[in-house]
Design a protein. Structure first.
Lengths: 579, 581
């Protein structure tokens, strides 16, 4: 068993300072690969799998689902509507709907899952050192699955995510999810079908105005939810984040899964935020290149086979944290008046009201923040943050010292750090450097980023490109800690700009920056006042600033913290041309 | 000053702190067996061998933990706040009145849990009527209301006292003298018009008396609310009551042809008894459902029908509640509902079983066993899923049989199996004794209540499931130590929806304030009903219990309309029971 170092795990969370992030209670982790290394993979793949199911489940096969969807009042209504608008016969539209559904639907089969259980075990054992899961979270999930329809909402950093999710659920004998996946996977001939049989259903990336598509899609998801067919899994961020920074949530699917609750078709729906943290992401260098404009390789089976070489590398460990299930019923209390749904038949699609829309948006942000909160951060993330502010490199001893300083700051801001217990800090630093030797090199006691091949072998353009790849790769690690510091960092920038630091001026500047960065970081619109309070609280607590009457004053020892926080946002501010 | 003391029989034979007749009640005898005392009901004098097990298993209660209620403590009663001038004038009219403690307490409440609980705990009420008066006819009521206006006293009309909405409770903030106007002496049928099949009836008449008297002449109204043993015609009008057999006879608003009502502004009545009119909004509808806030209904012309030639009970077993609801929906769609059709859920089905009397012969028990075997083993019904619909057909024999076949054919399409007349009839007998069971529960630390709603067909199942689930959750969150009983039945079908009736009970041992807990749960359940497209009430009314939801139920403007009527009709709030608005 492996425990995430947790000096900040409060033994008693009933203390007054509820908002103190250091008091967050978090579960311990268990390595699920350990057992796999000591027993037969085949046995594991063919073992008895009997998950607990939703108590209100109406058992049905994947095929029955399809006919339920096609015969639903909702779809019949939209088919007639489309038929009237287009002049096409309803039968033809119905046929169209049936084709869409065929293209979309999953064909979850336990045999395929077993196949994946076998092959993934092999792959995981070579790729990763540990796959750590919080078992308490699993137990909570198991409870939730029995009681209510459950929606799994993992963070999305890698293709690995959904295979990994299903793999973990299979391991713990939990109901396998059906997963909303982008259509691009379907391009991979054989793999696409395999994924389909392991529970993926495919949706087009954009279908804005297509009423029929939307109807088929939403009815399909809702039918599965209402019947309790399986937990539904999708990525709030919509796509993989190439930067390791959470993307602002898309609310379309969230809206769909909430509707059955609003309309009273189910008693409640539980949302489960899941944080998947990779020590190294498989797509690491791919992402950096993508960000630099090298087109994303089209998903293809042969591409995947070529990617085999990654199997020879060490990708460290993965932490998967299953968060506390969030009840939509409790969240919606006093925020959404369900009576609004009484006056129109429930199968007639309607645009969500403003009230509902803002509730869904709020919830989406809340969930992404919960995901962020439980992201496990490795020491390397701290080191990358420091290295990026010292691109010319720095002494190993200085790096170690600063990393330790940052560790303290991060912990006081509530970061979920995986800092090994009982290991000398020098060793922690050096083993991190070793794992990331592709990005960083140590020579003559100095640590610096690897900035491409030696001069002369490549053209200056290539050299520049390689340098950019290194910086971006490194930034993707730094980005992992941004959510911990984002509010204090914006405050630091605001203080920097407001000369005499009267509180209201600082707030105005803070608020401007929040608005500006609303697509860059997870800053829930409407939470600005709260965010400001939180930022002040954290900086005051760390002794960096003091509030005197209506002024915010930077303390002497706060200078270094503030300058680090400023540096953290420097590249973003430059990107937005405000600096 | 001398108060005229009158002894009216009803009060003598009825419980002052529970439901119904004093001689009729459930109890666990020395052997621990349940029995129902008295001679009034089919179940009276019978032993109910399965009730104890059901009771103990369902509630985690024990028949050894008995809790007897105290006797009436007249001393605890707030002193009568009498208006001397009013009293003098009233004495002059010769209309009987009283300010005896037991007369006042008897009329201070309806049958909400909190009311009965307060009586049983000997806590009584913050405010009770200061006096009771018994008008004998319409003119007496006119005199009383005139005097009330003249002397500014508050009048609360009292009919059968079966309210379950807190409608009879006196507002604690009422400083004026409160007069309970008991209509029980206005209980005559004034005339019967056989040509038009209507009867003129005084509004104080009690349901069962009305039916009995009409039956003597070969007629009936067919209006049979579950409370008909005790509730009054005026009360039905004032709450928009609904009867079990409304499918044939209609609800009270369909049955009423003419209403005479005494208000502080004067008497309101229509000038003719035409069967339907287009004369602006129907003023009857200001009175129907007015819950005693506008005046006293004194006389009503009501439709009557010849007593049906033939009556037949029936029942159908369904594999589950969903199938049952689907069947009722189809029956409603084909507009072929029998006089009554009710669908009990599985909990209620099991409860009904617990109330089966001791089987008299080995043969009956053998037949029962066979039936059970057939349904559960042969047909594969899950005893924890199946549910029962009870049916009542009325009409001429041939048509009843035809009708019966039609309904059973529909039922068969939904997997329903005919389950015999006996089961059906027992279902309807239970209707009348079920209210007595709450008193039994209270004897053993179990609180219970019922509430109802009406809801469109497509939401019936969702509403039933969500409300039950909400109750269970709320109980848990509020520290109820035992699993509550939640049960529902669909009691009426309409073209566009159904009436759903819920029962809810729990063992309250370990709770500091069980009534408060109970009220919080019921409140949450009502919120849930509204959020699921259900109405605030189908037939119980609003009273004071559900006032807070009126605005969202009928909109600001709607509420304003009702208020303006109240302001015109009763500017001084003489009818000050503060119901509804």
């Amino acid at each position: 068993m492996q425990t995430v170092s947790s000096p900040y795990m409060a033994k008693n969370s009933s203390g007054g300072a509820q908002r103190d992030p250091m008091l967050k209670k978090r579960d311990d982790f268990e390595d699920i690969l350990e057992e796999r290394r000591n027993s037969s993979d085949l046995k594991y793949a063919v073992r008895c799998y009997a998950p607990v199911l939703y108590k209100g489940l109406t058992p049905c096969k994947a095929n029955m689902l399809k006919s339920m969807v096609l015969q639903s009042d909702h779809l019949r209504y939209v088919i007639n509507q489309v038929s009237q608008e287009s002049g096409e016969a309803p039968d033809i539209i119905h046929e169209e709907a049936s084709v869409i559904l065929e293209e979309m639907a999953h064909r979850l089969k336990i045999s395929t899952v077993r196949f994946f259980a076998f092959t993934l075990t092999k792959a995981f054992k070579t790729l990763f050192q540990h796959i750590c899961v919080n078992e308490e979270g699993i137990h909570r999930l198991q409870q939730a699955i029995q009681e209510h329809p459950v929606v799994l909402l993992p963070s999305h950093r890698s293709y690995m995510d959904f295979l990994l999710m299903s793999y973990i659920l299979y391991t713990y004998d939990l109901a396998l999810p059906v997963i909303a996946a982008g259509m691009d996977f379907m391009g991979m001939k054989f793999i696409g079908e395999m994924l389909r049989m392991s529970g993926a259903f495919f949706i087009r990336r954009s279908f804005g105005g297509d009423k029929l598509y939307w109807a088929v899609f939403s009815e399909y998801v809702k039918t599965m939810l209402r019947n309790g067919f399986a937990p539904i899994e999708f990525f709030l961020e919509g796509t993989r984040s190439r930067t390791c920074k959470s993307l602002t949530p898309k609310i379309g699917l969230l809206n769909i899964v909430m509707e059955p609750f609003f309309k009273g078709e189910v008693f409640d729906v539980h949302l489960v935020p899941i944080s998947i943290s990779y020590e190294r992401i498989l797509e690491e260098s791919l992402y950096a290149r993508e960000l630099l404009g090298v087109p994303k390789p089209k998903e293809s089976t042969s591409g995947l086979l070529k990617a085999r070489r990654i199997l020879s590398e060490n990708y460290g460990s993965i932490h998967v944290y299953f968060g506390q299930p969030v009840s939509i019923r409790s969240l919606a209390q006093d925020k959404v008046n369900r009576c609004k749904y009484n006056l129109v038949p429930r199968h007639i699609p309607r645009k969500p009201t403003k009230e509902t829309q803002s509730f869904v948006t709020d919830t989406a942000y809340r969930i992404v923040r919960l995901q962020e909160d439980s992201m496990v951060l490795k020491p390397w993330v701290l080191m990358a943050s420091i290295l990026l502010q010292n691109l010319e490199g720095l002494e190993l001893s200085l790096l170690t010292e600063q990393t330790l300083w940052l560790r303290g700051l991060a912990q006081s801001c509530g970061a979920f750090l995986d800092w090994p217990d009982h290991t000398p800090s020098a060793k922690v630093v050096s083993s991190s450097l070793a794992l990331h030797r592709g990005l960083v090199c140590v020579s003559g006691g100095r640590v610096s980023l690897v900035l491409g091949e030696p001069q002369g072998l490549v053209t200056p353009e290539e050299a520049l490109f390689n340098r950019a790849v290194s910086v971006l790769s490194c930034a993707s690690y730094r980005n992992q800690i941004l959510h911990v510091f984002i509010r204090p960092a914006i405050l630091a920038v605001a203080i920097h700009n407001a000369h005499y630091c009267p509180r209201n001026e600082v707030f105005n500047c803070f608020s401007f920056l929040c608005k500006m960065f609303s697509d860059e970081f997870i800053l829930c619109p409407g939470d600005t006042v709260q965010d400001f309070e939180e930022a002040c609280y954290l900086l005051v607590k760390s002794g960096s600033v003091q509030t005197l009457q209506q002024n915010i004053v930077v303390t002497d020892r706060g200078q270094s913290t503030l300058s680090f926080l400023n540096g953290l946002l420097e590249s973003f501010l430059q990107g937005y041309q405000v600096r | 000053m001398s108060a005229t003391v009158h002894c009216f029989p009803r009060q003598e034979i009825m419980k002052w702190n529970g439901w119904g007749y004093s001689d009729s009640k459930f109890l666990f005898n020395k052997k621990g067996q349940a029995e129902f005392t008295g001679k009034r009901y089919r179940l009276s004098g019978m032993i109910l061998p399965s009730l104890q097990d059901w009771f103990e298993n369902t509630f985690g209660a024990s028949v050894k933990q008995h809790k007897s209620p105290p006797s009436l403590n007249a001393g605890a009663l707030p002193p009568a706040n009498l208006n001397e001038a009013f009293l003098q004038d009233l004495t002059a009219t010769g209309i009987p009145f009283s300010h005896e403690a037991d007369d006042r307490v008897f009329r201070a409440h309806g049958h909400c849990l909190h009311e009965i609980f307060a009586l049983r705990e000997g806590r009584g009420f913050q405010r009770v009527p200061d006096m009771v008066t018994w008008p004998n006819c319409h003119n007496d009521v006119v005199k009383i209301v005139e005097l009330a206006c003249k002397h500014n006293v508050c009048v609360i009309p009292y009919g059968g006292g079966t309210s379950v909405t807190g409608a009879l409770e006196c507002p604690p903030e009422e400083m004026r003298c409160i007069v309970s106007l008991d209509t029980s002496q206005m209980n005559r049928i004034l005339w019967i018009d056989e040509k038009n099949l209507v009867a003129r009836i005084e509004a104080g008449i009690i349901g069962q008396d009305l039916e009995r008297l009409l039956n003597e002449g070969g007629y009936c109204t067919g209006h049979e609310p579950d409370s008909m043993e005790f509730s009054s015609l005026g009360g039905w009008v004032a709450t928009r009551a609904s009867g079990m057999k409304k499918n044939v006879y209609g609800n009270i608003e369909d049955l009423v042809v003419h209403i005479k009502v005494v208000t502080p502004r004067g008497v309101m009545e229509k000038s003719c008894q035409g069967p339907r009119m287009s004369t602006g909004p129907d003023v009857h509808h200001f009175i129907l459902g007015s819950e005693g806030t506008l005046g006293v209904v004194t006389e009503v012309t009501m439709k009557i029908r010849p007593i049906p030639e033939y009556r037949k009970y029936g029942s159908v077993v369904f594999p589950n509640f969903e199938a049952g609801v689907a069947c009722l929906r189809e029956v409603a769609k084909q507009r072929c509902a029998p006089a009554s059709i009710r669908l009990m859920d599985n909990e209620q089905f099991q409860f009904g079983h617990a109330l089966k009397p001791q089987v008299s012969s080995i043969f009956t028990s053998f037949v029962e066993g066979l039936k059970k075997f057939y349904i559960t083993k042969f047909k594969g019904f899950d005893p924890h899923q199946l549910c029962v619909a009870t049916l009542l057909f009325e009409g001429d024999r041939e048509r009843v049989l035809q009708h019966e076949k039609q309904v059973y054919d529909i039922a068969a399409k939904f997997g329903g199996l005919a389950a015999g007349e006996d089961n059906g009839q027992r279902g309807y007998i239970l209707t009348f004794v079920i209210a007595y069971l709450r008193d039994l529960g209270l004897d053993y630390y179990v609180v219970a209540e019922s509430f109802e709603t009406s809801v469109p067909w497509d939401r019936v199942l969702d509403l039933c499931r969500n409300v039950k689930e909400r109750i269970i959750r709320e109980c848990k969150e509020r520290g109820v130590q035992f699993q509550p009983l939640t049960s529902c039945r669909v009691t009426q079908t309409y073209d566009a929806g159904a009436c759903v009736y819920f029962y809810f009970a729990f063992n309250y041992r370990g709770l500091a304030d069980p009534v408060h807990t109970y009220e919080q749960v019921e409140h949450a359940a009502r919120d849930e009903i509204l959020a699921n497209g259900g109405s605030l009430s189908h037939h119980h009314g609003v009273g004071k219990l559900r006032k807070e939801w009126m605005k969202e139920s009928i909109s600001d403007v709607g509420l304003g309309m009702l208020r303006s009527v109240k302001e015109y009709v009763d500017p001084d709030n003489i009818f000050g029971n503060r119901n509804l608005l």
